[in-house]
Design a binder for this molecule. Structure first.
Ligand SMILES: [Zn+2]
Ligand SMILES: [Zn+2]
Length: 826
């Protein structure tokens, strides 16, 4: 306070500046009502950087106001920075909300979209409320944010809501400081807001309107859409950040038609349930899982699927078919069709997170498949003009006239080890930043190829983007570049550093190298994985990094993927890895795990291994589904087997790899789980499903050659493991039993390698990362074994352990590297 103490009746003033997530979360109304409560005059306004407040009044009142503000801030806000400075009273008599101040260079955090709150849900379902059945109901505590923001500060005129002028009733709410919708920028009602329509496309491409939402009956198209869904049709449903493809999840024919049309015969589909009660008829959700399903983020959560039975009899050895599994359902409700998530014991489940979804689920009266409206690897379809792209899949379209500013998929999470872990970080989470251990130069990290995200840093904020998708074609690349532009604009970023993966063929790498920045830092894939985990845990000091992954480009040009690194955020030393084995056919082996199985058995155990693996593959081919067409497979032909042997012998198109993902694939194929796959990681995932519930198993032997502390990395020899798998298969062991042994082997190996690394380095912190650790059975075994041995385990949480986290690690490594070069790192 000022030295000259004010006498009684004197006024003091304070200027407050708040940064963090403070726009779009009801912050100004909160400040206003707090000011009323303390008898404070002055003003509050949004700025490009956050919220600014001038508070004046009796000194004690001003003090109480300034102290209460951060303590009572609204639940969805996050205060990152709170500054107060003494100010001159301006003589204000009341408290006012001023126009936003635009500062072109300043930036602030942007709220993710927030699931419908309880108050809005009540109004939506209340026949007496003016928003009854209105699918765009929202308030300052919920609704779209990131997907409607075109620029900052966050005001209606800078969102896609600007083309819907407020009606008198909505304006009154918007301007009434006592109202829940005071300055709710997307505020809308049936009179003035967006509307839904149900459309069909005629054979000539013309649009036929089946139903239109009006003032009197805003949900009419939703009722009509539910009718179509119940009759087995597939609908494209426009949501927050793009389209969903929807069908009745209990209608096997509709589910199969959707999968055929999407050309996705096996990839699991997510299911939306009307509420937790309906969900629990089909899935088990414990307290943590239920809390996550109902959180403001409302991700898809992978849950134990009741209808699949308790102990891994998913598509079991006897070839139990879909029908018998479906019959295992309990209760009166029709089961979710087993084809929704082929070969899984977990179902991706979510609850309705917008009013439109709440109404659709209520009208449908049954669970609905809700999968992103993308064609094979293309990104989620966004706009009205793109609707034609969905015509090969959808029978009808439930659309609305609110534009989508940015594409935004559903997030996917699982709960294990008592914590939520994101597999896909998107809606509800992005664009909220991950905190860096220290401020870094502005960096654009371009990410990996599959499950791509990018990451931009400013100060100590790492803006890890929402899930972009697999960067394998032009459409996704366009989406990627557009999303980078959105982030650079919203957060006023001009990155001086570009980080990229070593893999020369990644589109993200080519994009990075095409950028004009001179400062470019290449970051090894698995180092980036470990760095991301370190940042998530706020670590800068060296750790043991265990990265079990698919394929990533090594610094020696070999495709790595089973790595133990000792590293910090500047560099790494490779201390151990799985042995190099040939990938016959290169990329082709990824889609055909039988090739890896045979090639590795041959490389490890010679002609005898080859013959035994060929016999195992043949013996377990019966009952296996073939590739995408669903025909039964007889196993690989003699010609294919011999061609593969020649390929390995000649070393032609058989690049060496140390991939742990491919090891799981190979064992899955030998165990008879799957010879060919239709989505990334399928064979390994299905092996995990069978192994889960198979009980404790003995590890297979492996040999570790060399010394973790030596100049050359130790190498894990896999011949004993393959000999053990083949012997088990020959003895008639079930796939689940073989899988359980593989999991036990890897957990024991990880513990062994970490012990050796600890001995050599004295380090006790272990970062577990890489796509393979999406496997919750393996992650659980490794984390438990390491913790029991006294290690400090840095496990996965809200930063995906798969390639979706790589860009964060790239950004950190590049930023630290540049700081170091400049001598700015202590
Ligand atoms: Zn609300
Ligand atoms: Zn209105």
């Amino acid at each position: 306070m000022k030295p000259d103490q004010p006498g009684p009746g004197a006024r003091s003033a304070v200027r407050l500046s708040v940064r963090g997530v403070v726009q779009g979360v009801g912050f100004r109304p909160f400040v206003y009502s707090l000011a009323q409560r303390h008898g404070i005059a002055g003003w509050v306004r949004n700025t490009s950087a956050g919220v600014e407040i001038l508070a004046e009044g009796a000194p004690a009142a001003v003090e109480a106001f300034a102290t209460s503000l951060p303590l009572e801030a609204p639940p969805r806000s996050r205060i990152a920075d709170y500054e107060r400075a003494a100010a001159e009273p301006e003589g204000a008599e009341a408290f006012a909300i001023l126009e936003s101040a635009v500062d072109p260079g300043a930036y602030q955090l942007v709220s993710p979209d927030i699931a419908t709150c309880d108050d809005c849900r009540r109004e939506l379902l209340d026949p007496g409320d003016r928003r009854n059945d209105y699918p765009f109901t929202n308030c300052t505590n919920c609704g779209p944010r990131f997907t409607i923001i075109e620029d900052l500060p966050y005001d209606r005129e800078r969102t896609t809501m600007r083309r819907f002028p407020l009606c008198p009733a909505c304006r009154a709410e918007y301007e009434d400081p006592a109202d829940r919708r005071f300055h709710a920028e997307p505020n809308a009602c049936p009179v003035c807001g967006p509307r839904v329509r149900l459309l069909r496309r005629a054979a000539d491409g013309a649009e036929i309107e089946l139903a239109a939402g009006g003032e009197a009956d805003p949900a009419a198209p939703i009722r009509a859409a539910a009718e179509l869904l119940r009759s087995g049709e597939i609908l494209a449903v426009k949501g927050l950040g793009g389209f969903h493809l929807a069908c009745d999840a209990t209608d096997g024919a509709a589910v199969r038609r959707l999968k055929e049309r999407k050309r996705r015969p096996h990839k699991p589909l997510a299911v939306m349930f009307a509420d937790l009660d309906q969900l629990r008829e089909h899935c088990a959700a414990d307290e943590l899982e239920a809390a996550l399903l109902l959180s403001p983020e409302q991700p898809i959560v992978l849950l134990d699927w009741r209808e699949i039975g308790p102990s891994g009899e998913v598509g079991d050895e006897r070839g139990a078919g879909a029908a018998s599994r479906g019959a295992a359902s309990r209760g009166s409700a029709a089961p979710v069709d087993p084809e929704v998530a082929t070969g899984q014991r977990y179902l991706g489940a979510m609850l309705p997170y917008t009013p439109l979804h709440i109404l659709l689920l209520r009208e449908a009266g049954r669970p609905l498949v809700m999968t992103s409206g993308n064609l094979a690897e293309e990104p989620i379809v966004k706009g009205w003009e793109e609707i034609a792209r969905l015509s090969p899949i959808a029978d009808a379209y439930l659309v609305h006239d609110r534009e989508i500013a940015v594409r935004y998929d559903d997030s996917v999470a699982q709960v294990s080890g008592g914590r939520p872990r994101l597999i896909r970080r998107s809606r509800g989470y992005a664009p909220f930043p991950v905190a860096l251990p220290r401020p870094l130069p502005q960096t654009l990290a371009c990410g990996a190829e599959l499950k791509n995200t990018f990451c931009l840093t400013r100060d100590a904020n790492a803006f890890l983007s929402q899930h972009i998708g697999d960067l394998e074609n032009l459409e996704t690349l366009e989406h990627y570049e557009a999303a980078i532009a959105v982030y650079e604009h919203l957060f006023r970023l001009e990155p001086e550093v570009v980080a990229y993966d070593l893999h020369p063929e990644y589109l993200a790498t080519k994009y990075a190298l095409s950028l004009p920045q001179e400062l470019k830092v290449a970051v090894q894939h698995h180092h980036a994985h470990v760095a991301a985990r370190m940042v998530e845990h706020g670590r800068e000091d060296p750790v043991i990094g265990v990265c079990m992954d698919g394929l990533g480009y090594g610094d020696d040009g070999v495709l790595w993927g089973g790595e133990v690194l000792v590293c910090d955020l500047l560099g790494y030393r490779r201390v151990a890895h799985l042995e190099e084995l040939p990938l016959p056919g290169g990329a082709a082996a990824i889609a055909r795990p039988w090739r890896t199985a045979l090639g590795w058995s041959y490389a490890l155990l010679g002609d005898e291994g080859f013959e035994r693996a060929a016999r195992a593959l043949r013996a377990r081919a019966a009952g296996l589904e073939g590739p995408a067409d669903g025909r039964r497979s007889a196993g690989p032909s003699d010609e294919a087997l011999e061609a593969l042997r020649a390929q390995v012998d000649a070393g032609v198109n058989a690049p060496p790899t140390t991939s742990c993902g491919r090891l799981f694939d190979a064992v899955a194929a030998l165990a008879g789980v799957r010879h060919e796959i239709t989505y990334e990681g399928q064979a390994a995932i299905e092996l995990e499903m069978r192994a889960t519930g198979a009980g404790l198993a003995a590890a297979y032997p492996v040999d570790v050659a060399g010394d973790v502390g030596a100049a050359a990395p130790a190498v894990v020899r896999l011949a004993p493991l393959f000999a053990g798998v083949l012997a088990d298969v020959e003895a008639g062991a079930a796939a689940g039993a073989v899988g359980a042994r593989l999991h036990a082997t890897m957990a024991a190996l990880v513990l062994d390698l970490c012990r050796r690394a600890r001995e050599a380095t004295g380090l006790a912190a272990v970062a577990l990362t890489g796509g393979v650790f999406q496997n919750r059975l393996l992650a659980g075994l490794c984390e438990a074994a390491l913790a029991a041995d006294g290690f400090d385990v840095l496990a996965a949480g809200l930063v995906p352990t798969n390639d979706g986290g790589v860009s964060l690690g790239q950004a950190a490594v590049a930023g630290y590297t540049v700081l170091k070069r400049r001598g700015d790192l202590d």
